[in-house]
Design a protein around this ligand. Structure first.
Ligand code: C2E
Ligand code: MG
Ligand code: MG
Ligand code: MG
Length: 287
């Protein structure tokens, strides 16, 4: 009897695995078509200066308009693209599209997310330089967001690459700081221009004392190392107030603006938000 039920469990497991594998394979096939059919789009989310409420740049976040499934989240397809190597071609599309936006629109500065595999790929720096040069875009208008995981495996190579990219004029941000391994020594060893405090800490900093303490510590640490500190996922006035009082340089989040198609890009934040950040009402600010 036990043997039987064991076998049944395994059959169920195997059927489940097969289904997962099939789904993943279907997604991979669809991803190849998506690149050819132009189903990807970059949405832009504003990054706002805490002191003045001015929009200084935007983060490019990829969206997939799937012909049958509708809008697919990057959380669902970026990992699949990573695992199958498709992230290299997709990542190049992101760089090209970001450069097109910088060349053809009013947008001054953009951040793009670079996946670990893309960053480690031998051609990355050269392809990036070629695309940027071809588009006629100054490298200092493009910021590369990387996560700590790219620093772990071969930190000597990562350091050389980051240094070379910075010499070319690109700026580098450490994304999702506070998650993953978060070795503090990374911050002093690598030449980041900015660190982005992960949403997980930001969303609790208004209520939870421990999250508030961590946010404080990251701001102090980043600032004393000469890096800009950016808070991700700011959703409430309380969080914005706490962050700006704590000396956070920039903010990003639904409160300040959601990721939007380029055609409906906001160029300023709402008056209410601006008033909270600057501590002044609209009338006072006009004087
Ligand atoms: P990320 O780079 O950390 O981006 C921040 C994510 O938080 C985005 O999710 C953004 O839409 C979301 N977000 C922003 N403000 C708020 C807020 O106030 N509240 C909440 N709940 N969420 C907020 P999204 O667009 O789904 O992207 C998820 C992740 O997918 C990104 O995390 C990034 O790691 C990856 N990704 C997105 N676009 C690209 C891309 O072009 N290339 C690569 N390699 N990865 C990308
Ligand atoms: Mg990011
Ligand atoms: Mg992030
Ligand atoms: Mg993330």
């Amino acid at each position: 009897h036990a043997k039987n039920s064991g076998r049944n469990t395994f059959e169920v497991f195997r059927a489940g695995m097969n289904e997962l594998i099939e789904k993943r394979r279907a997604l991979e096939v669809d991803m190849d078509a998506a690149l050819l059919n132009g189903e990807y789009e970059l949405f832009l989310q504003p990054r706002v200066l805490a002191r003045t409420a001015e929009i200084t740049s935007y983060e490019a976040l990829i969206r997939w308009h799937h012909p049958e499934r509708g809008l697919v989240s990057p959380v669902d397809f970026i990992p699949v693209a990573e695992a199958s190597g498709r992230i290299i071609a997709l990542g190049e599309w992101v760089i090209r599209e970001a450069c097109r936006v910088l060349a053809e629109t009013e947008v001054e500065r953009l951040s793009i997310n670079v996946s670990p595999l893309q960053f480690r790929h031998g051609d990355f720096h050269q392809r990036l330089s070629e695309i940027v040069l071809e588009a006629g875009v100054a490298p200092d208008r493009l910021e590369l967001e990387i996560t700590e995981s790219v620093l772990i495996d071969d930190d000597q190579r990562a350091l050389m690459l980051l240094t070379a990219l910075k010499e070319d004029g690109f700026t580098i941000a450490l994304d999702d700081f506070g998650t993953g391994y978060s070795s503090l020594s990374y911050l002093s060893r690598f030449p980041f221009d900015a660190i982005k405090i992960d949403r997980g800490f930001v969303s609790n900093c208004g209520e939870e004392e421990s999250a508030a303490a961590i946010v404080h510590a990251i701001i102090h640490l980043g600032t004393s190392l000469g890096m800009r500190v950016v808070a991700e996922g700011v959703e409430t006035f309380e969080q914005a107030l706490f962050l700006s009082r704590s000396g956070c340089d920039e903010m990003q989040g639904y409160l300040l603006g959601k990721p939007q198609p380029i055609s409906c890009l906001a160029t300023s934040v709402s008056e209410a938000v601006a008033a909270v950040l600057t501590g002044l009402t609209a009338q006072e600010r006009l004087k």
